[in-house]
Design a protein around this ligand. Structure first.
Ligand SMILES: Cc1cc2nc3c(=O)[nH]c(=O)nc-3n(C[C@H](O)[C@H](O)[C@H](O)COP(=O)(O)O)c2cc1C
Length: 218
């Protein structure tokens, strides 16, 4: 079964773009996953259609002034057309990531904004399943999930470094872990759907409402 994981992201200066690449790399490690990246400040009609076709959308943007960047906010509002069309992103898998200059930098607010966007669309949110790192005397910045985030992947990029060196490898690996997890859950979600669609009563909705048997015809 081939599944599509789309990454819809904004980057102002390239740092969050590195994170998007890492998320893509992680997702692509799950066999049978097609990964697409879409820069939300350059979306064409084809990009919007690709997002409609995706089984999962992972949203990402930098944190600017404690919030999602303005370019991402513009995209966020533009998705209201999708929502108004019978919530056509309903039931897709969703996740999020953000990057900022400070260790905290109030970037949890950005992930909350992204998670609320996904919730308004009726999407199914997947967070990060990694223990926090860099939180003991033996810990180090090289620990994955060094910023201790579970709603989504966070990274920090020094303000005096370009995207060639920031964010650091542990943040990129954290982002890759999120990509892998989303790709795995997307497969499980689609496989369950496909299984139930093949039940003897032939109706996923019948099974889920309790009137079907749930016995697979095959
Ligand atoms: C307009 C603006 C606002 C920013 N606000 C914050 C902030 O609230 N918190 C923070 O930690 N860093 C903040 N930063 C730093 C950026 O988050 C940081 O440079 C990040 O790496 C930029 O990612 P990008 O290269 O993908 O645009 C801000 C940067 C800019 C340009």
């Amino acid at each position: 079964m081939q599944t599509i994981v789309a990454i819809a992201y904004h980057t102002g200066y390239g740092h969050t773009g590195r994170l998007a690449e890492a998320v893509a790399k992680g997702a692509s490690e799950v066999p049978g996953t097609t990964v697409e990246q879409h820069a939300v400040d350059q979306l064409t009609e084809d990009d919007w259609q690709a997002l409609d076709r995706a089984d999962a959308i992972i949203f990402g943007c930098p944190t600017y002034m404690s919030s999602a960047s303005a370019a991402f906010a513009t995209f966020k509002e533009a998705t209201s057309k999708v929502w108004a069309d019978n919530m056509r992103w309903r039931d897709k898998i969703a996740a999020g990531f953000t990057n900022s200059g400070n260790m905290s930098g109030d970037k949890l607010n950005t992930l909350v904004q992204i998670a609320l966007l996904a919730s308004q669309h009726g999407m199914v949110w997947v967070g990060l399943d990694r223990y926090g790192g860099w939180n003991t005397s033996a810990g180090a910045p090289s620990d994955t999930n060094r910023l201790g985030s579970w709603l989504g992947a966070m990274s920090q990029s020094n303000n005096d470094e370009g995207p060639d060196t920031a964010p650091i490898g542990s943040d990129l690996e954290t982002a890759a872990a999120l990509g892998r997890r989303v790709a795995r859950f997307t497969k499980l979600h689609r496989a369950g759907d496909t299984y139930l669609s093949g039940t003897e009563d032939g109706s996923r909705d019948a099974v889920l409402s309790g009137s079907g048997t749930g016995e697979c015809a095959g």
